[in-house]
Design a protein around this ligand. Structure first.
Ligand SMILES: Cc1cc2nc3c(=O)[nH]c(=O)nc-3n(C[C@H](O)[C@H](O)[C@H](O)COP(=O)(O)OP(=O)(O)OC[C@H]3O[C@@H](n4cnc5c(N)ncnc54)[C@H](O)[C@@H]3O)c2cc1C
Length: 453
């Protein structure tokens, strides 16, 4: 039987019924790219993925991949490529005694958590519950409790990969170690399809306690300077994100600053100690309102990030990582903070300081602070204006940036190259490994401005 015959109705060419739906569904963002893959394979398992890669070779097509579809720039949807959709590879096999799990790339963070939680286990998946592990882990993955665990890809012990030859291989420390190195951070530049991640689980934190303080925008100078000053003082088991927005706080007078902090601790006492820094902040009396700490049963109850990012809306997103001083960073943000284009648009400031030293892997760039600039609309007519706002303000941050986190739109919209995502040494190693595993460049690479059509 031909490969096409084996794939049956799971293969959709561009004139097949169901193609357009699959093309649009491949992208979580309400903004769908005009790019049209030659075909889409709705893979059910590793065998389908391998068959799809062999079909692409036979037809002389490039290959692109999507898992949860959260790439804001829709990096998986490429003109003329064969798109392998791995969102149906959703198995989770937990080996509780060994503290490991083998997880398909289409597994959503929320489903991983729901499986692990009753077993007393935890994995730092993305803060938005519908981000899939596929793109999240390949791009590094800054998930819950990231300052303690480091990026999620550092907890990947092995990957199963369908290579550009259509072969299924395992890559880990001792076999195909260069491919393993690349799978931990190459993001949309990865040159294979990961069909399973072997993950090292963590014990579920005994206490998860969240605090929130809403500050007026007028206090931004003091608050940002203070957050920067205490970035190393925060316990390493505290996630801190400051979101400047109008939507989440429903403030009638424009945007405010919601400081969200979550402590992952062994006891209530330890959590309270970690959050005391925020409850006793010198700025606390300026807060419009505050909750100094509420214990939740699991991260599933922390829905603030999901509230920021409902599906179906139209997003433009960019980010920078910075290790600049507050005196450089805070003024650089002023224009963005005071010109949010819609009530749901926002700027996030997250503390990355104190993340454990990175192991040797493709994910190689990490600053002290992650700044995200996000415009959110619901009208296609606003898209160009919102994208321009994001691009302009991300550009204004470039003088204080050391690079960006993969998953942003920076290369496509700011006209940058992949050097904004990696250390120079990691990027040159990545190119060498790509040439070894995918010499014909069967797999598309990073989405550049010239690809966006
Ligand atoms: C609302 C929202 C919240 C987010 N929150 C976080 C967060 O808390 N922390 C964080 O670190 N990031 C976060 N991100 C960024 C997110 O991790 C990246 O966009 C990631 O790529 C999404 O993964 P995905 O599988 O859903 O996306 P996809 O668009 O499916 O994947 C992105 C790219 O990864 C590659 N890819 C995916 N799966 C595979 C595979 N199995 N094999 C080979 N290549 C593959 C493809 O090149 C694909 O184009 C968030 C993004 C959004 C939109």
């Amino acid at each position: 039987m031909t490969i096409e015959g084996k794939l049956e109705r799971r293969l959709l060419w561009s004139d097949d019924q169901g193609y357009e739906r699959a093309r649009r569904d491949a992208v979580w963002n309400g903004r769908k790219p005009p790019r049209r893959p030659a075909g889409i394979v709705l893979a059910q398992d590793t065998a389908d993925v391998a068959a799809a890669v062999r079909l692409a070779r036979e037809r002389g097509l490039q290959v692109s991949v999507r898992a949860g579809g959260h790439s804001t720039s829709a990096a998986g949807v490429r003109e003329g490529a064969l798109l392998i959709d791995v969102s149906r590879l959703t198995s989770i096999d937990v080996e509780a005694r060994a503290g490991t799990a083998v997880v398909g790339p289409g597994v959503l963070g929320q489903d991983l958590d729901l499986t692990l939680d009753p077993l007393g286990l935890f994995f730092p998946h993305g803060h938005c519950s519908t981000v899939a592990v596929g793109g999240f882990l390949l791009g590094g993955g800054l998930g819950w409790n990231w300052r303690a665990y480091g990026p999620g890809c550092g907890l990947v012990r092995a990957v199963e990969v369908v290579t550009a030859d259509g072969e299924v291989v395992r890559a880990d420390e001792s076999q195909n170690s260069d491919l393993y190195w690349a799978a931990r951070g190459a993001g949309p530049g990865f040159f294979g399809v990961v069909t399973a991640f072997h993950l090292e689980m963590q014990p579920k934190p005994a206490v998860i306690k969240a605090a929130a303080h809403n500050y007026p925008l007028a206090a931004r100078g003091e608050l940002l300077n203070w957050l920067h000053e205490i970035r190393h003082e925060m316990a390493p088991t505290v996630d801190q994100a400051l979101c400047v927005t109008q939507h989440v706080t429903h403030s009638p007078d424009g945007p405010t600053m919601l400081l969200g902090t979550v402590a992952f601790a062994d006891s209530e006492r330890e959590a309270d100690d970690a959050l005391a820094l925020f409850a006793n902040s010198p700025l606390r009396e300026k807060a419009i309102w505050g909750d100094d700490g509420t214990t939740v049963g699991s991260v599933q109850h922390l829905t603030g990030v999901d509230d920021l990012y409902p599906a179906g809306l139209r997003y433009a997103h960019d980010n920078i990582m910075s290790s600049a001083t507050a005196s450089a960073l805070v003024p650089a943000l002023e224009a963005a903070l005071t010109s949010l284009p819609t009530p749901r648009s926002h700027v996030n400031w997250q503390n990355l300081a104190g993340v454990p030293e990175l192991p040797d892997m493709a994910f190689s760039l990490l600053g002290d602070t992650l700044i995200e600039v996000v415009a959110v609309g619901d009208d296609p007519k606003q898209d160009a204006q919102l994208q321009a706002w994001v691009t302009d303000h991300a550009r204004q941050l470039e003088p204080v940036a050391i690079g960006s986190q993969i998953g942003a739109d920076s290369m496509a919209s700011r006209g940058l190259g992949p050097d904004s995502y990696f250390s120079a040494a990691a990027l040159s190693r990545l190119k060498i490994i790509r040439d070894r595993w995918d010499p014909a460049h069967r797999f598309v690479s990073f989405l550049l401005g010239s690809d966006t059509v």
